[in-house]
Structure formats: C-alpha cells, structure tokens
Design a protein around this ligand. Structure first.
Ligand code: AMP
Length: 190
C-alpha cells in the first residue's frame, strides 16, 4: 500500500495536490477538514460540536478526528493506499494513526511536507476565503490562530516522521504542476 501524509500549514496546497495524487496513484483522499465540514453541512451532533471550534481556528479534540479516520480506514479495506490531508495534526494523532495502520498490516510510506512562508499562506487563505466562503479563511486573526496551532502542535510531527526516516520536505511555491512534479518525483522513488 502507498500511504502518504501530505503535510504543511493551512494554505500550503495540501487539498489541491491531494486531488492530483489520488488520480495519479489511485489513492483515497482522507481530509479530516473536509469530513468535518461535511458533518457541519449535514447538521450532525459531531458537526454541531466541531463548528465553533473550527470557526475559532482551534483544533478539534483528538478523539473525534481519530475516530473519523478509523472508520474511513475500516470502510475502505481494499484501497490501494491513502493520502492523509490535514491529519495527523498532533503527536497523539500520529501515534494513533501508526497503530491503526499497524493493525491492518500496513504503515505510512512517507510524509511529504510542503514548505510555504507565512506571508504567502495568509495571501492564499484570504483569496480562498473570498471564493469558498469558508469563515475560517476570511478573518486574519483566525488565520493567525490556525498558523499558530500549526507551529505549536503540528509542525513538531516532522520530527516524529524524521525519526522514522520518512520525512521529505518539498518546496510549496510555484505553479500547481511544478509542485506536483516535485511530489511525484519523491513518490516514484519509494
Ligand atoms: P483544514 O481543512 O485541514 O484546514 O481544517 C479546518 C479546521 O478543521 C481546522 O482549523 C481544525 O479546526 C479542524 N481540523 C481538521 N483536521 C483536524 C485534525 N486532524 N485535528 C484537529 N482539528 C482538525
């Protein structure tokens, strides 16, 4: 199986690149942000609980997102592999993901971490906010909180995967196709 953690701060291009990778390598895209927004749109209890947390730009509790990923893995037993987008975001999530995959006799193949500077991230997110209407992309204070959460709780996961010899850092600036080519180059060597 090919199991990729597509990593990087909010606005790094994880969603855009995931859509290209799932086509090219026949993978299943698991984005916890997309799943949570789906729950909100469907008006579920989980969505109700997550909504205000997401609108502040804070992280949803580990237990909630780990449960969501666990059921998606169970629902796709014959997958060729997965792209994890926006998950894991904490050490507890990374450990849970390793043990969920281990139970299924597989593991993470590689973490691909997209590097983009803060100024570019803020510009991209504000632009996306105008098009998508996402509340958490419209307000600079909320964007700053999301980048803060990333720096404090999520960025340290690069060390977690580096210790397993699984980290590749990829320049996330340039055209969508340039960045895709850089990602493909790493994956094709696996
Ligand atoms: P994203 O679409 O990945 O930018 O996520 C949007 C928001 O959903 C985040 O700011 C968090 O509030 C929440 N979220 C998504 N994935 C996770 C996760 N793995 N852990 C905690 N919160 C998450």
């Amino acid at each position: 199986m090919l199991n990729i953690v597509l990593f990087g701060p909010p606005g790094a291009g994880k969603g855009t690149q995931s859509n290209l990778l799932i086509e090219k390598y026949n993978l299943i895209h698991l984005s916890t942000g997309d799943i949570l927004r789906g729950e909100i749109a469907a008006g579920t209890q989980l969505g109700l609980e997550a909504k205000s947390i997401m609108e502040r730009g804070d992280l949803v509790p580990d237990k909630v997102v780990i449960g969501m990923i666990s059921s998606k893995l169970d629902a796709n037993p014959n997958a060729n592999g997965f792209i994890f987008d926006g998950f894991p975001r904490t050490a507890a999530q990374a450990q849970a993901l390793d043990s969920l995959l281990n139970e299924k006799g597989t593991s993470i193949s590689r973490m691909l971490s997209l590097k983009v500077d803060d100024q570019e991230l803020i510009k991209r997110l504000l632009n996306r906010g105008k098009e998508s209407g996402r509340a958490d992309d419209k307000d600079e204070n909320i964007i700053a909180n999301r980048i803060n959460e990333y720096n404090n709780k999520t960025a340290p996961l690069k060390d977690y995967y580096s210790l397993q010899d699984k980290l590749s850092e990829v320049e996330g600036i340039g055209s969508v196709q340039d960045i895709a080519n850089r990602l493909n180059e790493v994956i094709d060597k696996l």
